[in-house]
Design a protein around this ligand. Structure first.
Ligand code: NDP
Length: 342
C-alpha cells in the first residue's frame, strides 16, 4: 500500500484570477484507519466554478477554505480499506474527499455508484451535481413549454449542455451560448441544440437576436456580465430565469458593484415584463434527485442525453486545470483522473 498521500492545499487566497502560487502540492503520511471508518482512494476529482468562491474569505453560503487546508471537491473514489460494516473494499462511491489522493470517511456522506449504469466519472457530471442542477433549475423554475425558446449560457459545459438537451427532449427550442467556434459546433451538431452563438464574436448581441427571432422565454443563467446584457433586451413577457450562477464575476470579485450599474435597467425589464427571476441551489430540490437519476440514466442509455468530459490526468495538474476553467479552457465537465479507474 502507498505509504504517503498527496494533496493540494490552499497556499494563499487568490486576488482576481487564481495563479499557481495560490496552491501547494504536499505529501503527508497515510492516515491510520479508525474503527467504523473507510479509507478512500480518489479515482476522479470534480473541478467546479464554486470552488473559486470557497477560496475567498468573502461572506457566502459556505465557509471559506482555511489557508493550508485541502481544497474541497467531490470525488469518485474506491474503498481501499474498510473497517465499517456498511462498506466493503472495492466499492465505488461518490465522496467529497477534495483535492487529494486518499481520505478517511465515516461513510455517512458516501453514495454508492453503480458502474453498470454509466461510466463512473458521470457521477461527477451528467449524473452528478451539475446534471442535477440543470434538471432542477429547468424543471422547477424555467418550466419551458413545447415550442418556447430556451437560451443557456456556458452551453458546452457541465450544466449548460444538459439544460439545452433536456429542453430539446421536452420539445422546446434550445439556443446555446458558448465561447469559440469549436464549442459552438459541438453544441449545435453533437448536442443537437437548434442554434449556438459565440459570446466572443464582436457582433455577439446581433447574432443572439437573430438566433432568438421570437424572443427568449427561458434564460438559464450561468454566466452574467456581457452575456446577461445581450440577453436582457430579448426577454419576452413572462420569461423565466433560473439564476444558477454568474461565473464571469467569480474572478473580478465585483459582482455587487458590477450589477449595480445594470440593476435599474435589469429591474425595469423584469418588472415591466412580469418576469420571474429565481436563484437556486440544487440542494433545495434534493428530494427530486432519484427521479432525475432514473430519467437521465434512461436518456443516456437510449442516446438522447449526451455528455462530454474533459479529463485531465494527474492531481498535480488540478491547479492549472482549475485556472483554465475560469478562463473557458475546459471543454465539457472538467474532471481530474487521480488514479486508474479499474
Ligand atoms: P462549465 O463546465 O460550464 O465550465 C465553465 C464555463 O463557463 C467555461 O468553460 C466557459 O465556457 C464559461 N465561462 C467562464 N468564464 C466566462 C466568462 N467570463 N464569460 C462567459 N462565459 C464564461 O461549468 P459548470 O457547468 O460546472 O457551471 C456553470 C455555472 O453553473 C457556474 O456559474 C456555476 O457556478 C453554476 N452552478 C450552480 C449550481 C447551483 O446549484 N446553483 C450548481 C452547479 C453549478 P465558454 O468558453 O463557453 O464561455
Amino acid at each position: 500500500m502507498t505509504q504517503s498521500i498527496r494533496r493540494i492545499v490552499l497556499a494563499s487566497r487568490p486576488s482576481g484570477a487564481p495563479t499557481p502560487s495560490n496552491f501547494r502540492l504536499e505529501e503527508a503520511a497515510m492516515p491510520d484507519l479508525p474503527d467504523g471508518q473507510v479509507l478512500l482512494e480518489t479515482i476522479y476529482l470534480s473541478l467546479d466554478p464554486y470552488m473559486r468562491g470557497r477560496m475567498s474569505d468573502a461572506k457566502s453560503y459556505a465557509d471559506p477554505i482555511a489557508i493550508d487546508d485541502v481544497i474541497v471537491g467531490a470525488t469518485v473514489s474506491r474503498i481501499k480499506q474498510s473497517r465499517s460494516e456498511d462498506w466493503k473494499k472495492g466499492d465505488i462511491v461518490l465522496a467529497y474527499s477534495g483535492w487529494q489522493t486518499h481520505a478517511l470517511s465515516d461513510g455517512k456522506d458516501l453514495r454508492r455508484i453503480d458502474p453498470a449504469v454509466a461510466p463512473i466519472s458521470t457521477g461527477l457530471g451528467v449524473l452528478g451535481m451539475t446534471g442535477f442542477s440543470a434538471y432542477a433549475g429547468l424543471h422547477n423554475i424555467g418550466r419551458p413549454k413545447p415550442g418556447e425558446t430556451v437560451v443557456v449560457a456556458a452551453a458546452s459545459g457541465a450544466v449548460g449542455s444538459v439544460v439545452g438537451q433536456i429542453a430539446r427532449i421536452q420539445g422546446s427550442r434550445a439556443v446555446g451560448i458558448a465561447g469559440g467556434r469549436a464549442k459552438c459546433a459541438f453544441v449545435k451538431n453533437e448536442l443537437g441544440f437548434n442554434a449556438a452563438v459565440d459570446h466572443r464574436a464582436p457582433d455577439f448581441a446581433r447574432q443572439l437576436a437573430e438566433a432568438c427571432a421570437d424572443g427568449i422565454d427561458v434564460y438559464f443563467e450561468n454566466v452574467g456580465g456581457a452575456v446577461w446584457n445581450a440577453v436582457l433586451p430579448l426577454l419576452n413577457n413572462f420569461a423565466r430565469i433560473p439564476l444558477c450562477g454568474m461565473i464571469s464575476h467569480y474572478n473580478d470579485g465585483a459582482a455587487d458593484e458590477q450589477s449595480t450599474d445594470r440593476l435599474p435597467a435589469s429591474m425595469k425589464v423584469i418588472q415591466q415584463k412580469s418576469i420571474t427571476v429565481r436563484g437556486f441551489m440544487n440542494v433545495e430540490f434534493i428530494d427530486q434527485q432519484p427521479a432525475f437519476l432514473k430519467q437521465a440514466a434512461a436518456w443516456i442509455a437510449d442516446g438522447r442525453l449526451k455528455y462530454r468530459e474533459d479529463i485531465v490526468d494527474g492531481l498535480e495538474l488540478a491547479p492549472a486545470a482549475f485556472i483554465g476553467l475560469l478562463e473557458g479552457r475546459n471543454f465539457g465537465k472538467l474532471i481530474i483522473r487521480v488514479s486508474g479507474d479499474r
